[in-house]
Write a protein of this length. Structure first.
Length: 83
């Protein structure tokens, strides 16, 4: 197995910055991120259609989180996505 030079450089920088140069610790951190992503994907698959939103709905949700949004639309409430 070989690692792309840019990826190796990024791992080394991360190791130096956070782990006293321990490259294995930086690789382990990356593996944790991969597992987290796989868990998110599994959750979305488990949720099925309830997890599918349009780009407009995504932006509305993000705006609500930021405190700048409008109340949930009737469409999202009907689909089970409203508060």
């Amino acid at each position: 197995m070989s690692v792309d030079r840019a990826d190796l450089d990024a791992l080394k920088r991360r190791a130096k910055k956070l782990y006293g140069g321990n490259l294995s610790a930086a690789i382990a951190e990356g593996a944790r991120h991969i597992r987290e992503q796989e868990d998110r994907e599994a959750l979305l698959a488990w949720l099925g259609p309830a997890a599918q939103v349009t780009p407009e709905e995504q932006e509305s949700i993000r705006a609500e989180w930021r405190g700048t949004g409008q109340p949930p639309s009737r469409e999202r409430q009907r689909r089970g996505g409203g508060a």
